[in-house]
Design a protein around this ligand. Structure first.
Ligand SMILES: C[S@@+](CC[C@H](N)C(=O)[O-])C[C@H]1O[C@@H](n2cnc3c(N)ncnc32)[C@H](O)[C@@H]1O
Length: 253
């Protein structure tokens, strides 16, 4: 099939899970899509903005065919040529551990014009949605966002460096390497440092575990926490209790 529509790819960050955390720009462009390719972490409600489009699931889900990255790249280009405007919907912000630039580069190399719409990254929004400010004046001067699973399926070496600092440490895709993460912080004698783990943040399936470097593994077992989750390590986690208390007090007035 050929189309008279101009081949185009728009890569849109879908936000962390709550459909209302899609940007207005993202929503407007989604309404013009001919084809939408979406990942596993995308809230299906977002597809309601594109009832006219062919929607293709290209994420990883048990029991579903798993597309490899080069197959997704090919699909973007072939659908742009045959249908016109392809929207690639990716979780959070596609430039944060999302391989977004690879898809844009491939499409450009094949002569497909591209546009990018940033999204709200889970790295920032998920802690925030749980009343955890990732910086706090007088407490933390920086934050690290680190992958817990590199290309080689290992914990990033940056975690050991971050553990030495006073920064807030936010780890994505780290649940499989939680023991190693805990050991690195114990090596720095930070057993009492607070830790929060938020699974499926900003969605109806959200689960939360709060502990310290010493206790967090037991909390994870007790609450049955698993992927997709964000691990937040730092003094700022204590702020949650204060902010939550204030919120409840205000609500009660
Ligand atoms: C491949 S990374 C993509 C991150 C995405 N580009 C972003 O900016 O949020 C996927 C990981 O992000 C984290 N993640 C994404 N959405 C999440 C959510 N709603 N709750 C908790 N963690 C989430 C998890 O660590 C998950 O394994």
């Amino acid at each position: 099939m050929q189309t008279n529509n101009q081949p185009k790819l728009t890569l849109i960050g879908a936000g962390p899970g709550d459909p209302d955390l899609l940007t207005i720009k993202g929503m407007k462009i989604l309404q013009t899509a001919d084809v939408v390719l979406y990942d596993a972490l995308i809230n299906p409600k977002l597809l309601e903005y594109a009832p006219q489009a062919e929607c293709i699931f290209v994420g990883k889900r048990k029991g579903c065919y798993t597309y490899q990255q080069d197959q997704i790249n090919e699909l973007i280009v072939s659908r742009a040529m045959s249908h016109g405007h392809v929207v690639r919907l990716k979780g959070g912000d596609p430039f944060v551990f999302g391989r977004g630039s690879e898809e844009l580069e491939y499409a450009l190399s094949k002569g497909v014009s591209t546009e990018f719409v940033p999204g709200i990254s889970s790295a920032l929004a998920v802690p925030a949605s749980q009343n955890i400010p990732i910086t706090q004046r007088g407490m933390t001067e920086s934050f690290w966002v680190i992958t817990g699973t590199t290309k080689e399926h290992k914990l990033s070496k940056d975690v050991a460096l971050a553990a030495k600092s006073k920064a807030t440490v936010i780890i994505l895709m780290g649940m499989g390497n939680l023991s190693e993460i805990v050991s690195l912080f114990k090596n720095e004698h930070k057993e009492q440092l607070p830790v929060a783990i938020i699974q499926n943040g900003t969605t109806e399936q959200e689960k939360l575990g709060i502990g310290t470097v010493e206790t967090i593994e037991a909390v994870v077992s007790e609450k049955g926490l698993s992927n997709p989750a964000i691990i937040v390590i730092g003094e700022v986690v204590r702020e949650r209790e204060i902010l939550t208390k204030i919120k409840h007090t205000v609500e009660a007035v």
